[in-house]
Design a protein around this ligand. Structure first.
Ligand code: KG4
Ligand code: ZN
Length: 337
């Protein structure tokens, strides 16, 4: 089954053709990040307008690269939630138009489920059940993936998402949006023990995260130094911050795996590109004889190939949208409907 998939939940307009949930026939991404950089973060209205301009061209390119015309695909899939509402609406409405005019089924896909599905492309042997740490700019969840469309969130952030914390701390260190990637690079040359930063825990929950205190601690350090006319060594600060975030993620994820008897661990979302998170979890899993899966770097960030992968399983489970499909800014990843 060949699915034409569309993604427009944040600041990338993307289209892809994916066969049977695992084989990527084409994948095209138009990123708006250079424009949003000017403002230090994503400006929702600009994002919607850029999607509006790019979506037709990106879709045509994806079909061309796959060597297909619209009539040859079997279904249309689209990210419908969660995300920036104006941005999502562009993709949803365009996908509806395609489905209506071609008579193909329309498959709605949850953004976080698609991040998880990036792993099905990278590791064709991977099948549920497994335990997944989904870390992106908007979410930090520990999820029991019982089956492709049967998920249960067992841990979540109580405040900032991991990616958001990286971006805000990076901004305070003078890096441009989205700072997570740059901080990861700069941290390589720093001393992770140079600054002792808090490792916040959440009372009464072993699996929940809290990153806002950690973010504030590093911002205060920088401001206090500035007031004294000092500048702190950015590589050391970046390395210490990255270590603190990764320590928190790894600790809760490993504990959740132990308590749920999971021996197959998976990471997903933009922050799963973080080099320290990848190496630390690989070590933790190797030590215990657990299997560890991570998406290839090109599939960690937002793309449409991952949407096409998850869409296949949503379709098999009977999830077909009507022409009244709406976009949703919020939607739990484990919602049944
Ligand atoms: O999944 P994603 O592309 O978009 C959302 O769905 O939010 O995630 C974007 C987030 C940004 O916060 C970005 O800074 C972060 O992922 N990110 C990283 C790295 N690469 C991307 N954070 C830390 N280390 C990285 N290497
Ligand atoms: Zn994302």
């Amino acid at each position: 089954m060949r699915i034409l998939a569309l993604e427009s939940s944040c600041d990338e307009t993307a289209a892809a053709v994916v066969e049977d949930g695992r084989r990527v026939l084409s994948s095209v991404i138009a990123s708006q990040v250079e424009e949003h950089k000017l403002y230090g973060g994503v400006v929702p209205e600009i994002a919607s307008r850029r999607h509006c301009e790019a979506i037709v061209g990106v879709t045509q390119q994806a079909l061309e690269q796959a060597g297909m015309v619209l009539d040859e695909v079997d279904a249309i899939a689209v990210t419908y939630a969660p995300g920036l509402i104006g941005a999502l609406l562009v993709g949803v409405n365009f996908a509806k138009g395609l489905a209506l005019s071609s008579g193909k089924p329309l498959i709605p896909v949850h953004h976080l489920r698609s991040h998880i599905a990036a792993n099905y492309i990278t590791s064709p042997e991977l099948e549920p059940p497994f335990l997944c740490l989904v870390v992106s700019g908007g979410h930090s969840h520990i999820i029991e993936v019982k089956d492709y469309t049967d998920l249960r969130v067992i841990g979540r952030t109580r405040d900032d998402a991991a990616g958001e914390a990286f971006d805000k701390a990076a901004r305070a260190m003078g890096m441009s949006y989205p700072g997570g990637v740059e901080m990861d690079k700069i941290a390589q040359s720093g001393d992770p023990n140079a600054f002792s930063l808090p490792h916040p825990t959440v009372d009464g929950s072993d699996y929940d995260f809290s990153f806002s205190g950690l973010k504030t601690a590093v911002i205060n350090l920088i401001h206090n130094a500035e007031q004294k006319g000092q500048t702190l060594p950015v590589p050391d600060l970046a390395a210490s911050f990255r270590k603190a975030v990764v320590d928190c993620l790894v600790k809760n994820f490993v504990k959740a795996a132990q308590n749920t008897n999971s021996t197959k661990l998976v990471i997903a979302g933009g922050v799963s590109a973080n080099s320290l998170l990848r190496s630390r979890l690989q070590q933790e899993c190797d030590k215990r004889g657990w299997k560890f899966y991570m998406p290839q770097l090109s599939l960690c960030g937002d793309n449409a190939a991952m949407v096409g992968a998850q869409a296949y399983y949503e379709y098999l489970s009977g999830k077909i949208a009507g022409m009244d499909l709406n976009a949703r800014a919020e939607m739990p990843v484990d919602a049944k409907a």
